[in-house]
Ligand binder design. Structure first.
Ligand SMILES: Nc1ncnc2c1ncn2[C@@H]1O[C@H](COP(=O)(O)OP(=O)(O)OP(=O)(O)O)[C@@H](O)[C@H]1O
Ligand SMILES: C=C(C)CCOP(=O)(O)O
Length: 259
């Protein structure tokens, strides 16, 4: 079996939130300006050598979440309806193709990795996610930028549930031994109850009250689930808005640091 962590520079794992790159309230609509700006930032950071190895994950936004909620599917509610799976996965592949196209237009060697074809929850919806990393690690080693996305995932006893981009980020960061993790969304960081950015989080209890769910259609738990998952990582993780993507990619602190 490939050791995904062996003999290589630790990568940076970056999630581009669905609420950043799509208009979350309009079915299957890109936020063209934000997506272009994010792709510019990634391309510039790679060209400048600020980052050597990068894995990108993107969320569902108005592509995946719209179809998942229409079919009653979430990270905990599965479906055995193949049409529902095709609708969710098809929408995510359409979004993924648009992201890849824009990255490649800017010279980024971006290639797709589709979680539905790889991952499983072998112990049911409450069980751990099993995401084999051989293909992603090998693509990275060969100089590509693998681009994964929230998707459907085979789930023992529940058919197919949703796997969020945030869960993928955690698996990738752990399995590949990431150096840093960035979660870029529409908010400038994790906000406290006065709406101010919390600069650092090291325990969930301290911020639980401030963490609501997402304010748009979101079947995977919004900000609270994000923070919970990022707290479990060895690498420092940052939650920040689009305006902080350039500093994050340069290696600077951005938004909220979670570790
Ligand atoms: N305390 C908080 N601080 C910041 N955002 C919060 C907080 N509580 C709830 N939120 C919500 O979390 C949302 C960001 O999470 P969300 O999952 O929607 O973003 P995303 O990752 O970009 O989207 P997607 O899940 O489609 O990838 C914000 O739009 C905000 O409404
Ligand atoms: C709804 C689907 C299919 C993807 C969910 O991924 P997320 O937007 O990262 O939560």
């Amino acid at each position: 079996m490939t050791d995904a962590r062996a003999g290589s520079d630790p990568p940076v794992v970056l999630k581009l939130g669905g609420s950043l790159i799509t208009k979350k309230d309009r079915p299957e609509t890109l936020d063209e300006a934000s997506l272009d700006a994010a792709c510019d930032a990634v391309a510039d950071a790679l060209a400048a050598g600020d980052i050597d190895r990068l894995v990108v994950v993107h969320g569902g936004g108005s592509f995946g979440h719209h179809h998942a909620s229409e079919h009653g599917v979430s990270t905990t509610e599965g479906t055995r309806d193949a049409e529902a799976v095709a609708a969710i996965h098809g929408a995510m592949k359409r979004l993924n193709a648009r992201v890849l196209e824009r990255l490649r237009e800017r010279g980024v060697p971006a290639v797709p990795v589709h979680p539905l074809s790889l991952a499983a929850r072998a112990d049911g919806a409450d069980g751990d996610l099993d995401l084999p990393l051989g293909s992603t690690a090998t693509l990275l080693g060969e100089g590509f930028v693998p681009v994964l996305h929230g998707d459907g995932v085979a789930t023992a006893g529940d058919g197919v549930t949703v796997v969020s981009g945030d869960e993928l980020v955690v698996e990738l960061a752990t399995g590949l031994g990431a150096r840093r993790v960035g979660v870029c969304s529409t908010v400038p960081g994790v906000l406290d109850s006065d709406g101010e950015v919390i600069r650092e989080i090291d325990a969930f209890a301290a911020v639980a009250d401030a963490l609501g769910a997402s304010d748009a259609t979101d079947v995977s738990g919004g900000m609270a689930a994000k923070v919970r998952e990022l707290l479990g990582l060895d690498a420092p993780a940052y939650v920040f808005g689009g305006e902080d993507l350039v500093p994050f990619l340069r290696g600077e602190d951005a938004g909220t640091r979670i570790d």
